[in-house]
Design a protein around this ligand. Structure first.
Ligand code: HEM
Length: 367
């Protein structure tokens, strides 16, 4: 690993900020590996995505497993996506999301600070758990969170694992047994029943992971930007179009996934799309670092918080439904104030970006 790659791996956001002004919209990470964010390159890449391979992430594959949908390719991948698409439609889960949001709101202590990112994460994991297993099981989800936090919490440890024990998994056999038992005993059968039995473990863990961390962080960032924009909270109570624009602008400026999945050409060239840099490109967005929900739609290839091409996120509709419902319920039923730490440095887990746990939310009931 050369120095550029080491900085990229250890100080991702600092590295991205340092190269953001490169006009070409691409930077070489090592021989035959490029980080790209130029909109024309991105649009072309996603157009030709079917012809590319999608190598596993060296950070996530030891956790999610080699059979994860995130790096299956070819017909297997197409079949999987066809199965998942109808099951992940957001409108199917309106009542379920409403019930979970109500429960999590009732648990919010009135007037006492709670970690905003922690609260949204618990809620979105509960939603994903219910969709996958069909039942609530907070104990199992807490064990899952503990396992994930231990594995993804330290970038140095993750990197050491990548360098010194490449190819080995970081599973917890006991947790895997519990997840599989829960999935197989779901009555009535839930999402897990649609997944192929042979790689059930990898797919459950992948969906639990991909389906909650990103949505939790997108929700928390949206609340953060609303809090930072005077008068916006009140306007949003009556203006649904503005709410959608607010969520879109938050996904632009604070994309939960800073990078999309790697793409590889037949001759072994690896391309990593940078969502974070594409969304902050000065040549595309005027005042790119300013939060402005009234922006005009960007050109093709300049906005892709959910990735693109054949790997575009199958949970997009579900995620947007969740963010809309959670933010609306928070604004309608609580008055929200955030206690931002002096430096609101994003927390990185793999390539995912969330507000720091120290960003506290104080909620009081609206009368
Ligand atoms: C705001 C919330 C979310 C964001 C920002 C997000 C973002 C992404 C991104 C950037 C990718 C990679 C796409 C690419 O490489 O081109 C992806 C893939 C994926 N996401 Fe999401 N996601 C979100 C919510 C969800 C939800 C709720 C689910 C539900 C289970 C989900 C499941 C997946 C899966 C299974 C993939 C892999 C798709 C494939 O490789 O074919 N995501 N997501």
């Amino acid at each position: 690993m050369n120095r550029t790659e080491l900085r990229f791996a250890l100080q991702l956001i600092g590295f991205l900020d340092a190269v953001g002004d490169f006009e070409d919209g691409l930077v070489k990470l090592r021989d035959r590996r490029w980080l790209v964010w130029h909109p024309d390159v991105m649009a072309a890449l996603f157009r030709h995505d079917r012809a590319l391979r999608h190598p596993p992430s060296r950070t996530l594959s030891p956790l999610l497993g080699n059979r994860s949908v995130l790096w299956l390719d070819g017909e297997e991948h197409t079949a999987y996506r066809r199965t998942l698409a109808p099951v992940l439609r957001g409108s199917r889960y309106h009542d379920l999301i409403g019930e979970m949001v109500e429960r999590s709101l009732a648990e919010l202590p009135s007037g006492d600070p709670v970690s905003l990112a922690g609260w949204t994460r618990k809620l979105t994991l509960r939603i994903m758990g219910r969709i996958i297993f069909g039942v609530d099981d907070d104990e199992l989800l807490t064990a899952f969170t503990r396992w994930l936090d231990r594995r993804l919490g330290s970038r140095v440890r993750t990197l050491a694992h990548r360098c010194f024990t490449p190819g080995t998994t970081r599973f917890d056999p006991h947790l895997d047994r519990l997840l599989l038992q829960r999935a197989r005993s779901a009555e009535p059968p839930a999402l897990a029943a649609c997944l192929p039995p042979d790689d059930l473990r990898d797919q459950i863990v992948s969906l639990l992971f991909a389906g909650h961390e990103t949505t939790a962080s997108a929700t928390a960032w949206t609340v953060y930007w609303i809090d930072r924009t005077p008068g916006l909270a009140e306007q949003l109570l009556t203006d649904e179009t503005l709410l959608d624009a607010t969520i879109t602008e938050s996904l632009r400026l604070s994309p939960p996934a800073t990078l999309a999945g790697n793409r590889m050409s037949d001759d072994g060239m690896v391309i990593t799309p940078s969502i974070y840099l594409a969304h902050r490109r000065a040549a595309t967005y005027e005042n790119p670092h300013t939060f402005d929900p009234s922006r005009k739609p960007p050109p093709p290839g300049a906005f892709f918080p959910f990735g693109g091409g054949v790997r575009h996120c199958p949970g997009k509709d579900l995620a947007l439904t969740e963010i809309r419902m959670i933010v609306t319920a928070l604004l309608r039923h609580r008055r929200i104030r955030l206690n931002a730490p002096r430096s609101c440095t994003p927390q990185l887990r793999g390539a995912a970006m969330a507000p720091p746990p120290s960003l506290a939310m104080v909620a009081t009931c609206r009368r």
